[in-house]
Design a protein around this ligand. Structure first.
Ligand code: XIL
Length: 328
């Protein structure tokens, strides 16, 4: 019979003719962003940059599955203002244009951070000079993309594990006042952006670091520092997924409008860890979004732990399938 013959031929031909990343594969991939938004959340995103957005298979997954992008490196200080007064806009412009062409939200990352900091900033020793350096950096970077970036990670990783303030040029020269200076500059540069303080190892509700974040944010917000949200990076090891709900609820108990999971990746990518971590955001009314820190294991900063939702061949892993099922 013709129909049987045709059917028998069609499937292997389609499989042979269409590489992954093709239209057929993309149609089959379900969007985690759509399901997450249907739960009342704002976005489910990932990080990327020009190199990976120019990779068609990777870009196709982001187009289909995710609703937001965070620049993985291109907006960091050492890349965007490596020399005082000289700004590199190519990488960030590429990401912004790609996001707008494809209808994705952008989370800006990151303005004041001790790491991936341009060397010249470390030699500023005068408080007034460093204040101006911070203000100029924020005005230039946020100003260029004013009205186009949804969230900004204004201050990143300022706490030690014991809840004390991390040693950096910012804390050494300005004490904790660098936080006020940065957030006030950020509000002035783009009043529409939601302003975040972001950190890692906020994965246990009662740890000294989590408590320092909550208590100090409360103190600063009370004093009028314009902080809108707390970001928890959530770089986890296997088995930690079940703790995320308590940690996110504790952070949401701070005097901020919202919280987000900003850089989720989980060593081993066990489905139950991913489902529990994402469910923590679903269950917390103040949690607006989740971003995973990359698409495919190969491209992860923790590649040796295979922590992401897609394998080296761009195929969704069990964790992705289980997330789709849990959100459906
Ligand atoms: C990482 C990037 O993924 C790497 O490509 C880069 O070499 C180092 O930084 N916390 C953060 C992110 O806030 O910016 C870091 O991203 C991971 C830890």
């Amino acid at each position: 019979m013709h129909s049987v013959t045709l059917f028998a031929l069609a499937a292997p031909l389609a499989a042979l003719a269409l590489p992954s990343g093709s239209l057929l594969t993309r149609q089959e991939l379900q969007s985690i962003n759509e399901l997450f938004v249907a739960k009342g959340k704002e976005y489910f995103g990932t990080c990327s940059d020009q190199n990976l957005l120019s990779n068609q298979q990777n870009a196709a997954i982001i187009q289909t599955a995710f609703g937001a992008v965070t620049p993985e490196n291109s907006m960091k200080w050492d890349q965007i203002q490596p020399t005082q007064g000289q700004f590199n806009w190519d990488g960030p412009d590429f990401l912004m244009d790609w996001a707008e062409t494809n209808g994705k939200i952008v989370r800006g990352h990151t303005l004041v951070w001790h790491s991936q900091l341009a060397g010249w900033v470390n030699s500023v020793t005068d408080p007034a000079a460093l204040t101006e350096v911070i203000q100029t950096h924020i005005a230039e970077v946020m100003g260029r993309y004013k009205g186009r970036i949804y969230h900004w990670d204004v201050v990143n990783e300022m706490w030690n594990e014991d809840g004390t303030m991390r040693d950096s040029v910012f804390s050494q020269v300005l004490g904790e006042d660098f936080v006020r200076i940065a957030f006030e500059a950020a509000r002035a540069a783009d009043p529409d952006a939601k302003l975040y303080i972001n950190d890692y190892n906020l994965d246990t509700a009662d740890s000294p670091k989590t408590q320092a974040m909550i208590n100090n944010v409360n103190k600063w917000v009370e004093a009028g520092v314009p902080i809108d949200g707390i970001g928890t990076q959530a770089h986890l090891t296997g088995g930690m997924g079940s703790g995320v709900a308590g940690a996110v609820a504790a952070l949401a108990g701070a005097n901020v409008a919202e919280v987000a999971i900003t850089e989720l990746d989980i060593a081993g990518a066990a489905a139950e860890d991913y489902v529990a971590a994402v469910d923590a955001c679903v269950q917390e009314p103040k949690c607006v979004g989740v971003s995973v820190w990359g698409v495919r294991d190969t491209d992860s900063w923790r590649a040796d732990t295979s922590p992401l939702l897609f394998d080296d061949s761009y195929q969704p892993k069990d964790a992705y399938t289980q997330l789709i099922a849990s959100l459906s």
